[in-house]
Unconditional design. Sequence first.
Length: 429
Amino acid sequence: MPLLNDNKQLIVAVVHRRAGKSTAIVWRGLRKALTWRRDHIEGKRRNLRIDTPRIVHVLPQQVMWARTGLWDKLVNAAKSIEGADIRKSEMRIVMPSGGVYQAGGMDNPDAWRGGYADEVIEDEADDVTAGGLDMVVEPMLSDYMGTRIKVGTPKGNGRLADAYMAAGDDPDASRYLLPWQETGVLSIEQINRLRKELDEEEFAQEMECSFTSPNSGAYFAKQLDEAERGGRVCNVPYDPALPLYTSWDLGIDDSTAIWFFQITRSGEWRWLEYFEDSGAGLDHYVRHLKTKPYIYSKHYLPHDVEVRELTNGGRSRRQFLNGLGVSPIQVVPACNPADRIAVSRTILARSWFNAAGCARGLKSLRNYKREWNEAAGVWRSNPVHDWSSHCADAFGTGCQGARETGDKPKVNIKLALSAPSGAGAWMAS
């Protein structure tokens, strides 16, 4: 509540991951757009042309509004305000009072020049890499002595750390450092689970708001090392008594990636094969599926499978795949990459990999890492988009989809009894 009601001209909020900081800032901004009066402007400044209140909320990249689901949260919140006009194409909410909540990205900072704002919210501030940022933001706030909010989780000793330290000596600034112990948002069970999923440096950074330098940036190295040491990268045969799932990442110019996996009643995940190719149509991947001896139970595909394409006669990719016999398809909704990575780490802890069939996939998972911001000397929250990301996204789609739908294997007793004799140990589970 102190953060939501703070009217200082500079506010720096360092908050742990999964605390709900972006949602809270959305509510603060909507309320200000609806109710704000410029009573703090004194003397001659009251005679300035009175524009409607304008709140500008920026993420490092504009596309992140859709990818993280924050735009949907903003829309749902605005719907509770009677008379609010939601303008999706402009990414803005116009209040019945005339106030404006404007969403956008800082990947093109010059697009904001010449505008004004009563408040500029820099969300995930450590990931904003735009040069000359102050020369863009500060003039926007100058007309009406507006507020600048920098909020995020640390990515090392970068911009957010610098802003937090500077705010301590600024009488016109407020600063907040909210690790998990201070917010009470997460239960002890959730914290203990995160401690198992993250290494010490990652936990200190993400949950305790540590500004110390993070690790090498590899997301899954620790979990894959544990799988190797535990003998979980070995010969893992196909069990015909268990459902067989596929999970995909779709590409056109980029690669399309597919994982083949099974889940046992005891919660073991068995990754049998990984397949990737590029420059081919969807029919190419369907033909590959049909060469396998598997009986498919379900196919997990990302949300862009619903995209309609002229090359498919106006049909969506999902309809095209259905027409080729790929069914049933479970569409996995878009989510924050950090959430998908967290789910993948959880599943990796109980995963077994068929060494021969998953060699390429394991190599890609090991290489999947954060972007490095050379200028700021910090790791960004975004993963690097390179040759390894398609594999990791397909893996995450399967982890997210199967876990959220609660799929449980229904063992086919006849197939189990007729399975090859060498599979006895696997049948037992």
